[in-house]
Design a protein around this ligand. Structure first.
Ligand SMILES: [Zn+2]
Length: 80
């Protein structure tokens, strides 16, 4: 049996609950604003602001804000 000190060193780091809450709240606000949609597989979809095509979010939801405009790059018009 491991002693407590060894157990503590082996345990994975626990994320800061305040940071997790802020990230969760941020993602919820993005979903509320309709910027992103959570898919069943846990990925996020974004809609191209030019043609309306749904695309997988190319970055972490924490990297975008509610003013984010997505361009799918599917045509010359769909570029920022
Ligand atoms: Zn587009």
């Amino acid at each position: 049996m491991k002693d407590f000190g060894q157990w503590l060193r082996d345990a994975p780091p626990i994320p800061d609950p305040l940071e997790v809450d802020a990230a969760t709240a941020h993602i919820a606000s993005l979903e509320d604003a309709g910027v992103i949609d959570l898919m069943n597989d846990g990925s996020y979809m974004v809609r191209c602001c030019v043609c309306g095509r749904d695309d997988e979010l190319p970055c972490d939801p924490g990297e975008i804000d509610v003013g984010y405009e997505h361009y799918c790059n599917g045509s010359p018009r769909c570029c920022p």
